[in-house]
Design a protein around this ligand. Structure first.
Ligand SMILES: Cc1cc2nc3c(=O)[nH]c(=O)nc-3n(C[C@H](O)[C@H](O)[C@H](O)COP(=O)(O)OP(=O)(O)OC[C@H]3O[C@@H](n4cnc5c(N)ncnc54)[C@H](O)[C@@H]3O)c2cc1C
Length: 227
């Protein structure tokens, strides 16, 4: 994306890690990335984005805006889960959202721009509509829907895809599935005998409970292999 290299545009996890280290007394607050006094844009409406919202508010951000490319889910009206057996697609608001931020849906960031210095000053956005396309629904930018936000800090909280495809996986020669995560069987065996994988590396970005459950499965698989 144009402008991604501007100062002040960071991955959410880099930002959250620093905030945690400040809380743990491992890093001085004035040496860390902080939202204090800044207009903050969080790109991504998931749990990681919500963690960024809460952290930025507590650090004293001037404003916090969170955008999500997917449409706004419906409000929960008490009916049994209509998406059963899938996790219901309803609007979720975390305690971080209750602490205060502006949320917007069906919005895509198109560009960041800087002023006279390399520091990010504006985010350029456009509204999208999801239309059928090749491989399913695709976001299509709506004409004349562009708008800008004044920002001094942008946190990228989207696109957790798969483990890094670096030397560890290459040297082991492990097969990946079509999502780029490690291909495993029901016992968590990878394509290489004696190598097991579980948790996010094999499931894709998920939850702690799923990682623990998968870890137990892997342990059983390892036990079986050793026996
Ligand atoms: C910002 C954020 C907020 C989240 N909030 C929640 C939440 O509120 N509730 C929830 O249930 N889940 C949450 N999750 C998801 C949850 O953290 C993960 O699903 C879970 O941690 C996955 O566990 P794991 O053991 O598979 O992987 P990880 O917890 O990622 O552990 C993998 C470990 O392997 C290490 N590692 C990587 N490469 C190597 C290597 N080459 N050599 C040695 N070590 C290596 C990493 O440093 C890491 O410590 C959140 C995730 C993020 C990013």
């Amino acid at each position: 994306m144009p402008g991604r290299g501007n100062e002040g545009v960071h991955f959410a996890v880099d930002y959250l890690t620093q905030a945690n280290r400040v809380c743990a007394g491992e890093l001085e607050a004035d040496k860390s990335l902080s939202a204090r006094g800044k207009r903050v844009l969080v790109v991504g409406g998931g749990d990681t984005g919500s963690d960024c919202v809460g952290t930025a508010v507590r650090q004293g951000a001037r404003s916090v805006h969170q955008v999500e490319i997917l449409p706004r889910p419906r409000e929960y009206s008490g009916e049994p889960n209509p998406d059963w057996p899938r996790w219901p697609s309803i609007l979720r608001s975390s305690t971080s959202h209750q602490e205060g931020c502006t949320r917007d849906w069906a919005v895509s960031v198109t560009q960041f721009s800087a002023g006279y210095d390399p520091w990010v000053r504006q985010a350029h956005l456009a509204r999208v509509e999801w239309r059928p396309g090749r491989g399913g629904l695709q976001p299509v930018e709506l004409p004349e829907s562009e708008f800008n936000l004044e920002v001094e800090l942008v946190l990228l909280a989207m696109g957790f895809l798969h483990p890094q495809h670096g030397r560890l996986l290459e040297d082991l020669g492990l097969e990946l599935d079509r999502r780029g995560t490690l291909a495993v069987d029901a016992s968590c065996r990878t394509s290489r005998p004696g190598v097991f994988a579980c948790g996010d590396a094999a499931n894709g970005a998920s939850l702690v409970v799923s990682a623990i459950a998968h870890g137990l499965k892997a342990a059983a698989g390892v036990g079986q292999a050793l026996r």
